[in-house]
Design a protein around this ligand. Structure first.
Ligand code: PEP
Length: 250
């Protein structure tokens, strides 16, 4: 198996005002040479803070990303933000297909794929999120759901450098519940096999993140699972101390 450099990513969701820029600064400054040598780090603040956040993180190892983008680069789409605009803010990454977008904004796999393609066009790394609901897990259809989401959401031509996959069981997001390490291992081995089937060596090197109630005290266990190449963190990424503790656990 190839040596994959881990990525620890934070998703602030609709949280954060100018005051929260202190946390970006604290994370950027808290990433000492040891952490910066070992892992990549990313924070996705709300779009209102994006441009200032990239300026704050500029001379640090911390990457800054957005939480969503539109599938078109410009036009009559009031309230939406394009990948071109995100890149123009000097950000390097964008989340697409987060479960809150899929559920609350009715985004289909087809939409997520179009957004992922738009992200690439603008030169952004896309973090494509997938995951089963509680009902799907109880019905025993987790791997079917993940297979369908991967096939539908991940564009052709994805590479290890331009694409990250985040496995986030919907029922584990923001709930304090986490799957067992065996369940995480099963899901990640499946995702790896699917990506290798489709993208060969690129799929073998593609980073696969686990997300869903990752905290400083469970991070080492979850991040120690085979084919878990980092984490996507919601709540625990809002405080620099928690985020940095997870980075250290990684
Ligand atoms: C997320 O929103 O991607 C997430 C994993 O949230 P939390 O860590 O709060 O469960």
């Amino acid at each position: 198996t190839p040596d994959i450099r881990p990525l620890v990513a934070g998703n602030w969701k609709m949280n954060g005002t100018r005051e929260s820029l202190d946390q970006i600064k604290a994370i950027a400054e808290g990433l000492g040479p040891d952490l910066a040598d070992a892992i990549d780090t990313l924070i996705c603040p709300p779009a209102t803070l994006l441009y200032v956040a990239t300026a704050l993180a500029e001379s640090s190892p911390l990457a800054i990303g957005a939480q969503d983008c539109h599938e078109r680069q410009s036009g009559a789409f009031t309230g939406d933000i394009s990948a071109t605009m995100i890149a123009d803010c000097m950000a390097s990454h964008v989340l697409v297909g987060h479960s809150e977008r899929r559920t609350l904004h009715g985004e289909s796999d087809e939409t997520v794929r179009a957004k992922a393609e738009a992200a690439r066009e603008a030169g952004l790394v896309r973090v494509i999120c997938i995951g089963e609901t509680e009902a799907e897990r109880k019905a025993g259809s987790t791997l079917d759901v993940l297979g369908r989401q991967l096939a539908g959401s991940v564009p052709d031509g994805a590479t290890a450098d331009n694409t990250v996959i985040a496995y986030e069981p919907v029922w584990a997001i923001g709930t304090g519940l986490t799957p067992t390490v065996d369940d995480v291992a099963e899901a990640h081995a499946f995702i790896r096999a699917e990506m290798e089937k489709r993208f060969a060596g690129e799929g073998a090197r593609m980073r696969l993140l686990y997300g869903g109630s990752v905290k400083p005290d469970n991070a080492a266990e979850l991040l120690g699972v085979a084919h878990v190449d980092g984490a996507l963190i919601g709540g625990a990424s809002l405080k620099a101390a928690d985020f940095l503790a997870i980075c250290k656990a990684c």
